[in-house]
Design a protein around this ligand. Structure first.
Ligand SMILES: [Zn+2]
Length: 496
C-alpha cells in the first residue's frame, strides 16, 4: 500500500493559507493515483466504525470524484476514528446542566458553556445572539384513578398546555385515534378523553417511525377534544416502546377553540384505563397540572465560524438545537446535534481544512416550543448568501447518511453522487429527504438543506422522555455523525 502523505501535505498547506496550524492527524491511506477519480482497490484505510468489512472510501465503481474530495473524505474519516471527544463533551454538558427547556437557567448556562467551549477551541468570535423565547413551566402534576379502583398513574403534561387550576375530575372516555374524537362528537362532552393511538413498530425497511401521523394525537388532540366539549385530554405517549416512560412534546391549540389541559400517559397507563373502560366500568380520574405560561424570557442562539479562505461572505450553516424538554437530559434531542456541529467545526480546524466558504455553527434555541431561534437566525442572517444548511436533530444512532431537501434536481444529483465518499463513515445513504426544523426558514428561502441521518430506529423510544440521557449514546456513533457533518459541510463549502 502506497501512502501519499505528500499529496495530503500539499492539500493541507493550500488549505492552511488562512492561518491555521499544522494538522494533528495526518491520515494514512490516501488512495494512490487518485488524481482524477476514486481509487477502487482495497487500500489499508481499514475498517470503518461499523465493521461492515466494506470500509473503502471508494465504494462505487461508477463514482468519479475529484481528488480533493477523496482526500477530504479520507482525512476526516481517519481523524474521527477511535475518538470519543464528542461524547465526552456531550456528557459534560448534560451532566453539568441537565435538561434545557426554554426559559430555564440550565438552558442559558448551557448556551454560555457552548460559547466558552468554542472560544477555547480557537473560534474567538463565538458569541450568542439574543432571542426572546416562550417561557412555559410545568409545575406539579399528577393523575389519580379514583374509580373503579384507586391507582396513581405516571403523567407528563404536554408542553404549552394550560394547567388544571386545582384538581380536575371526570369520567374517562377512550378513542383509538385522534380523528375518532369528531366522530364520537357530543358523546365526549364533559369527559376526560384518552387518545389511545398507538405508534406502530419501527419500519426498518422504509426507515419510518410513523412519527408524523402518530404525533397528531399529541399536537391536535386537545383542540379536537375541546371542540366536542371535553374537559381535558390524556394522550398515549408517542413512542413505539415503553417501560412506563411518558413522553412530552408541544401541543398546538387551535385559534378560537377553548384551551383544555392535556398530558401524556404511558402505554401502560393508557392500556390500564382502556381495559377498565372496555369492561363497561365508569372510570374516573383526578388530574392536577400546575402548568402555566410566564412572560417571554431572554435566550440566545450560539454562533461560531470557521471563516472561508476565498468567499468568507458565503456560508454553510451546521447546527442543532440547544434547548430540550424538561425531562431526561436532552442528550439525543438535541444535545447530540449541537455537539456534532461543534465537533465538526473543530475537526476541520484541527485538520487545517479551511474551505473556500465560511462554515458557521448555529446552536438554535427554542426549537421545541416555539422555533424562535430559527426565526431569529433567519431575521438576522437570512439575507446572507447561504450555500447550504445542515441540521442534526434525529439523535445519535449509528451514522447512515444525509437527507437532502432541495427543489433543484441538478443540485440533488450532484450531492447524491458524493455518496461513496461517506462509505468510510458507514454513511453513504445520501438521498432526498428533509432538512430540519431550525433551518426550515432557510429551506423555504431556497437554501440547499440537509439532515444528518443516524439510524433512528430507537430515537423515538427516548425522544422527549426521562429516558433521553447520554448513556444511551454510543461514543463512536456520535463521533462518526460529527464526521459526516464535517465532511458534507466541507464539500459544500469547498466545491467550486
Ligand atoms: Zn429535536
Amino acid at each position: 500500500m502506497i501512502r501519499s502523505f505528500s499529496r495530503l501535505s500539499v492539500l493541507v498547506a493550500l488549505a492552511c493559507s488562512v492561518g491555521c496550524g499544522p494538522p494533528k492527524d495526518v491520515p494514512p491511506g490516501i488512495p494512490p493515483g487518485a488524481g482524477s477519480q476514486v481509487a477502487h482497490e482495497d487500500d489499508d484505510f481499514e475498517d470503518d466504525f461499523e465493521d461492515d468489512g466494506e470500509s473503502d472510501v471508494a465504494a462505487s465503481p461508477a463514482a468519479v470524484q475529484p481528488a480533493w474530495m477523496v482526500q477530504a473524505a479520507a482525512t476526516i474519516t481517519a481523524h474521527a476514528k477511535g475518538k470519543t471527544r464528542a461524547w465526552d463533551r456531550l456528557a459534560t454538558m448534560t451532566d453539568r446542566f441537565g435538561h434545557r427547556l426554554s426559559g430555564s437557567k440550565s438552558l442559558e448556562r448551557a448556551i454560555d458553556w457552548a460559547v466558552q467551549r468554542l472560544v477555547q477551541d480557537g473560534f474567538a468570535d463565538a458569541h450568542r445572539e439574543k432571542v426572546m423565547v416562550p417561557h412555559w413551566v410545568r409545575g406539579n402534576e399528577s393523575l389519580r384513578v379514583t374509580a373503579p379502583v384507586s391507582r396513581e398513574l405516571t403523567l407528563l403534561g404536554l408542553g404549552m398546555s394550560v394547567g388544571t387550576r386545582g384538581a380536575l375530575s371526570g369520567e374517562v372516555a377512550v378513542v383509538d385515534h385522534v380523528d375518532d374524537i369528531a366522530k364520537r362528537g357530543k358523546e365526549l362532552a364533559g369527559k376526560i378523553v384518552l387518545i389511545n393511538q398507538k405508534m406502530p413498530k419501527y419500519d426498518h425497511e422504509h426507515r419510518d417511525a410513523a412519527y408524523g401521523p402518530t404525533v397528531q394525537a399529541r399536537t391536535r388532540g386537545a383542540s379536537e377534544a375541546a371542540k366536542v366539549g371535553a374537559k381535558a385530554v390524556l394522550v398515549r405517549s408517542v413512542s413505539a416502546v415503553s417501560y412506563n416512560t411518558p413522553h412530552t412534546g408541544s401541543l398546538s391549540y387551535e385559534d378560537g377553540v377553548a384551551k383544555i389541559p392535556a398530558a401524556a400517559v404511558t402505554h401502560e397507563g393508557a392500556e390500564f384505563l382502556a381495559r377498565w373502560v372496555a369492561r363497561g366500568e365508569a372510570v374516573r380520574v383526578t388530574l392536577k397540572m400546575g402548568a402555566k405560561m410566564l412572560p417571554d424570557a431572554v435566550s440566545g442562539n450560539v454562533i461560531a465560524e470557521l471563516k472561508g479562505r476565498e468567499k468568507p461572505q458565503e456560508v454553510v450553516v451546521i447546527g442543532g438545537h440547544i434547548d430540550s424538554w424538561d425531562v431526561g437530559d436532552g442528550a439525543s434531542d438535541d444535545g447530540a446535534g449541537c455537539i456534532m456541529a461543534m465537533e465538526a467545526l473543530l475537526m476541520l480546524k484541527e485538520l487545517g481544512m479551511v474551505p473556500r466558504r465560511t462554515i458557521r455553527v448555529v446552536l438554535f434555541t427554542n426549537e421545541e416550543n416555539g422555533l424562535r431561534g430559527a426565526k431569529a437566525y433567519f431575521e438576522a442572517h437570512g439575507a446572507e448568501v447561504h450555500a447550504g444548511a445542515i441540521e442534526a436533530d434525529s439523535g445519535a444512532g449509528r451514522a447512515t447518511g444525509v437527507g437532502i431537501k432541495t427543489d433543484d434536481a441538478a443540485r440533488l444529483a450532484e450531492v447524491t453522487a458524493w455518496a461513496p465518499l461517506f462509505k468510510g463513515l458507514g454513511a453513504d445513504d445520501i438521498a432526498a429527504g428533509w432538512g430540519g426544523a431550525d433551518i426550515s426558514p432557510l429551506t423555504k428561502a431556497g437554501v440547499l438543506s440537509m439532515s444528518v441521518r443516524p439510524d433512528a430506529s430507537h430515537y423515538f423510544d427516548l425522544h422527549h422522555s426521562p429516558a433521553d440521557t447520554v448513556d444511551k449514546i454510543d461514543p463512536a456513533h456520535l463521533q462518526s455523525n460529527a464526521a459526516v457533518m464535517a465532511l458534507m459541510a466541507y464539500l459544500i463549502a469547498e466545491a467550486e
